[in-house]
Ligand binder design. Structure first.
Ligand code: IDP
Ligand code: MG
Length: 149
């Protein structure tokens, strides 16, 4: 089953959106496989966003991510990477549809509340980076109520 890495950024934590965001993924039917509340350092944030190191906003982005604790999660389900991105909305909240997390709760691109992996391969790398200890092994008993199988 596909997995994705989702992170509630420091602004999402500070603004009290943790329960709301987790609720959206839970209610959709996805399965929580990993969760930690963690403050990362610059070197770690730079690794997470290594692909963006040449961007003019890279330094500000790293400062943003290290500015407070984040909620790092692994969610599992059919097409969870692309559906997760739809639940999150466009990178720039000005272009995120209402009903998406960024569309409902954010205004500026540099304070857009949440991260979600953009592809199965980047999800695999991000999960390995954030959860080197591995993640929970469990199977939801709701599975046959969510999937036709
Ligand atoms: P994504 O989070 O939707 O995948 P990316 O292009 O991977 O978007 O960018 C990572 C993060 O960098 C964004 O979520 C946002 O916080 C920040 N970011 C992207 N573009 C800009 C920008 O033009 N100015 C400031 N921050 C930006
Ligand atoms: Mg991205």
């Amino acid at each position: 089953m596909e997995q994705t890495f989702i992170m509630i950024k420091p602004d999402g934590v500070q603004r009290g959106l943790v329960g709301e965001i987790i609720g959206r993924f839970e209610k959709k039917g996805f399965t929580l496989k990993g969760l930690k509340f963690i403050t990362v350092d610059r070197a770690f944030a730079e690794r997470h966003y290594a692909d963006l190191s040449a961007k003019p906003f890279f330094n500000g982005l790293v400062e943003y991510i290290v500015s407070g604790p984040v909620v790092a999660m692994v969610w599992e389900g059919k097409n969870v990477v692309s559906t997760g991105r739809k639940i999150i909305g466009a990178t720039n909240p000005a272009e995120s549809a209402p009903g998406t997390i960024r569309g409902d709760y954010a205004i500026d691109i540099g304070r857009n509340v949440i991260h979600g992996s953009d592809a199965v391969e980047s999800a695999r790398k991000e999960i390995a980076l954030w959860f080197p200890e591995g993640i929970a092994e469990w199977r939801s008993s709701l599975r046959s109520w969510v999937y036709e199988e």
